[in-house]
Design a protein. Sequence first.
Length: 391
Amino acid sequence: MPKVISRQISFMRVKGPTRRGASTGKDTTKSSPMPEWRPASFSTCWRCGRRHHVPWTVAPTMRRVLITGFGAFASHSVNPTEALVETWPNAMKVHDPWSHASEDVTVEPRVLSVDEVGASETAKRLLEGERWDAVLHLGLCGTCTNARLEWMGRDEMTMRVPDNAGRQVERGSITGSGDHAAGVDRVRFDLPACDPDLSWSDDAGGYVCNETLHRTLAATVSLDDAPPVLFLHLPSEEHWSLERSRHAVVSVLERMLFPPVVEVAAGALFDGPRVLIARRGAKEAAAGQWELPGGKFEPGEGLEEAVVREWMEELGLEVTPGTRRGAWWGMQTWRRYRINVIDVHPVTALPDAFSSDAHDALRWFGPTDEVDAFEWLGPDRHVILTLVATG
């Protein structure tokens, strides 16, 4: 059913340079016309490019991964994460779970000390400027029979036994900044494909494992290019062999480096050489950014069905689908977006004003308009340049 319409919006003009190509030098999408990009981590920024066949291409430089583990502690004389990390290669090939793409990455395996120094090390290095494209902490869960993937770093210590430095905080905060959650899309991550017995957990305990996850996540809050961070709790070798644990680590890591793909339908409505663009409303994510009207596919939908539905929901306009224009790719920390662009044609004459609860401005973008006078959503800057240049 169409959304409730709440706002009337009319065509408008945006002040700014009008000469096409008179670039301000500011790339408001943090993107480039080139199709090959290293993935990066950000909350509102994107990396994007146009590709027709696969959702990822080999990065110009090898991506870096940090994998950490711990040694023995308390009554646990053996920690399987120590053996895993100490035998981990410094380079490995990772495969995109959602396509046939693969690439080589460099790995920094690191055994952390089971104390405050070890728990703080990764956060300290991040704040000092070191960067990885993914950080996966490993730890032993002595009471577990199956592995758990932790996505919540709680700001609380409840240590039942001292750490290896003799510290025992029976109750207290870690940083005082509150709990920190990884922004992972747990539905699309498809965790059972990593291992059918692997489950999500939002309680990493009250010991050094949770402290490590919390401190690392807390450090990423202030970073523009923060990496995805997770903590994998592994059971002892009595329950899982090292080989099974290693397979789970690789599978999780691949999903961190190659996030799930979200399919988006975007409609291009032309008026001669001009195309209709819309500005996202104040209550929307990425408010104030310009885009082609559209939205995510619903289960079972094709591109044509999705774009017709989205235009009716967002603008109250009945359209018919036309020529497919191709797909552009955008990436955020925990997901990739494939922007599938298709021409749309209005069934009736365009109204003088549109109604929308998703956008607060509409206008035509034509050959004389300056692309950098607008703040674009994700890869839409390059979509527009291609469409208007060839429209």
